[in-house]
Every structure is written in structure tokens, then in C-alpha cells.
Design a protein around this ligand. Structure first.
Ligand code: DP6
Length: 347
């Protein structure tokens, strides 16, 4: 007999960035972060987990290519999930004994891996939830976020839709370093995100190694962690609760700039933004400075790569997405055609 369960997990794009770990094994961060989970119709991972007595080895494939399942991060997630299932089986002997069975995990992304599009976030979130469903675990999304975080830090935020915060926590074992919902997607359904793919190539410095280089060498980073992010987390939660787009946009752009400044301040310097990214910043700035009341109507943000994500409200679709698509379609060099996609935030 084969037991099987499938799930989707969408990508999330941080507006207050996670960058730096206080524990590299458990992916415990040096600051809290906040993100918007994109619609699962667009950028997402689909994962099917199955287990059976007839499986002789444990396997993981991504987009049909076999992956190394023995990595410490994947194993940490599998160990935790198995443990929870084992406890259920011990307490209820009528349950089938799934925990000793080998797992077969099959994932498909509908976007390029490792191009700064948070593929690991959707990937580990889908992996954890598909197995939790297969094992019929009664865990809440917050409990699962603690497990997914060990796969990839940002993955803990993809277990929720809408607006999600990840509390850095203070416990050494990471038990309080979990994600929680700030607001459902339906709280602010007008939010839109335009994904501009400047390069679908694999990034040269992975976030995992980049952030540790920043922790080790950047003095600006200390300032960010101690003096900048805590106030921004509060301001961002407030902006979201009040649906205050200008405040949301201002904080989003400032935090992306501050994060990339710490990358520049790393020795040797980490340069994720390229000329194409900077062109997107200029276009955003120009759109915002032409807004009637002088308040921003769009906000750019960049993760560990050159691709831009631009947040805006549906009422400004023509003024933001229309302008970007027009420019990218004709004049702007360096973009891989118009791969920008208009996605709805929230799942
Ligand atoms: C720039 O979650 O990919 O996207 O925990 O080492 O897997 P690991 O790092 P990862 O880092 C994401 C960094 C970021 C910012 C963010 O998503 O908050």
C-alpha cells in the first residue's frame, strides 16, 4: 500500500528582510522579519509526499531532477516530522505505522530555482506540510513553521498566507523562533506584486553563505540589527493593520536598501543588485515622484539577487504595472523579456 499527500506552498517576499543567523544549524535569525505570501496560482512549489513499505530508499526530486535528501537541513525536517508521527502511533495503536517507512518526495516549481525568487522558502514549506498531511499531524501552521525554518529560514513564513511575521525568538532551542499571521490576505486584498525577472540564473553568493559573511564582517549590520529593524517591524505591522500603503511602501524600500547596504559593507562586498535592478529602482522612484499627492504608490524590494518585486495597490495597476510593462517591453535592456508577472498577494 502507498500512502500519499500533496500540497502547494507559495513563495513569500520579505518587506522586512531576514539576513543573519545567531545559530546556523537551527537557522535562528539575528532579527525578526515580515513578508507577504504571494498567490499560490503563481510562484509556488507543488509537492507530493508518499511512503510505503515497498519503498527501498528515501528520495527527493525537484523538477524531475534527483536531489540530495541526505543534507542536514532536509534531514532535520524529516526527523522532526517522523518523531511527531511516531508519538501519534505510540498513543494510538490503530494507526498505520508510517514513521518507519521510506519517503518519496516529488516537488515541482513553476519558477527558476535559486534566482533570488525565494525558491527554498516555498520548497521547504511544501515539503514540511506535505509530510505533515501524510502523517495526519495535528500541528498548527506555527508549529510547522518551527520545523520548516530548519530547512530554510524564510520557509517558516510560507506556511501562512497574507502578511506574515517571523519572530526571531530568544530561546536557544529555537522553540519561539516561529512565524505568525499579521493579517490575512483578505484584510488587504488590493495588494499586488509585480515580479520582474532580471536574471533567472543561479545567484553567485547564496543567502546562506552571504548572510554569514555579513554577520562576520559588516559593522553596518550591527547597527541594522540593533537600531533599525526593531522599530521597522513595529511600523510595518501597524502599516499593514491600518492598510497604510505609503507607510508600507516607505518601510519596504528603506529596508531593502538597508539590507543591500549591509551586503555592500560585507568584506569582500556582496553585490546582488545589477544595472537592471538599479533601473527598476529609478523607474519606481519616478513613478512615486509623479504621484498626485506626493505619496508613494509603488515599492520595490530585492532579495539575494537582481530580480525586483514591486508592490502596489490594484487601483494603481495602470500607473505602476502598466508603466513597468511598457518600459520593459520596449526600451529597457537587460531584462529577460517581459517576465514580470502580476500576482495577487495572499493565498
Ligand atoms: C534575502 O531563507 O534563503 O530572501 O535560512 O540560509 O536558507 P537560509 O536563508 P534564506 O534567506 C532569505 C534571505 C532573503 C530575505 C528574506 O527572505 O527575509
Amino acid at each position: 500500500e502507498i500512502y500519499r499527500s500533496s500540497t502547494f506552498a507559495p513563495v513569500n517576499i520579505a518587506v522586512i528582510k531576514y539576513w543573519g543567523k545567531r545559530d546556523t544549524k537551527l537557522n535562528l535569525p539575528t532579527n525578526s522579519s515580515l513578508s507577504v505570501t504571494l498567490s499560490q496560482d503563481d510562484l509556488r512549489t507543488h509537492t507530493t509526499a508518499s511512503c510505503s513499505d515497498s519503498f527501498t530508499s528515501e528520495t527527493l526530486t525537484l523538477n524531475d531532477a534527483p536531489q540530495d535528501i541526505s543534507g542536514a537541513r532536509t534531514q532535520a525536517c524529516l526527523r522532526e516530522l517522523r518523531q511527531l508521527r511516531q508519538t501519534l502511533e505510540e498513543n494510538d495503536s490503530s494507526l498505520p505505522k508510517l514513521s518507519p517507512m521510506k519517503l518519496k518526495i516529488v516537488s515541482q516549481n513553476n519558477f527558476p530555482a535559486a534566482a533570488g525568487l525565494a525558491s527554498s522558502a516555498a520548497g521547504f514549506a511544501a515539503l514540511v506540510r506535505s509530510i505533515a498531511d501524510l502523517y495526519a499531524l495535528p500541528s498548527t501552521p506555527t508549529e510547522l513553521s518551527r520545523i520548516a525554518r530548519q530547512g530554510s529560514g524564510s520557509a517558516c513564513r510560507s506556511l501562512f498566507g497574507g502578511y506574515v511575521a517571523w519572530n526571531q525568538g530568544t530561546q536557544l532551542d529555537g522553540s519561539d523562533s516561529v512565524a505568525y499571521s499579521v493579517a490575512e490576505q483578505a484584510h488587504w486584498p488590493e495588494m499586488r506584486a509585480l515580479i520582474l525577472v532580471a536574471s533567472a540564473e543561479k545567484k553567485d553568493v547564496s543567502s546562506t553563505s552571504g548572510m554569514q559573511a555579513t554577520v562576520a564582517t559588516s559593522t553596518l549590520f550591527q547597527h541594522r540589527v540593533e537600531n533599525v529593524v526593531p522599530g521597522r517591524m513595529e511600523g510595518m505591522e501597524k502599516a499593514i493593520k491600518e492598510r497604510d500603503f505609503p507607510a508600507f511602501a516607505d518601510l519596504t524600500m528603506k529596508d531593502s536598501n538597508n539590507f543591500h547596504a549591509t551586503c555592500l559593507d560585507t568584506s569582500p562586498s556582496i553585490l546582488y543588485l545589477n544595472d537592471t535592478s538599479r533601473a527598476a529602482i529609478r523607474i519606481c522612484t519616478a513613478i512615486n515622484s509623479s504621484a498626485e499627492d506626493g505619496k508613494p504608490i509603488c515599492a520595490y524590494t530585492f532579495d539575494a539577487g537582481p530580480n525586483a518585486v514591486v508592490y502596489y495597490l490594484a487601483s494603481h495597476t495602470d500607473a505602476v504595472a502598466g508603466v513597468f510593462k511598457g518600459i520593459l517591453g520596449s526600451e529597457l535592456e537587460g531584462w529577460e523579456g517581459v517576465k514580470g508577472r502580476d500576482v495577487k498577494a495572499g493565498s
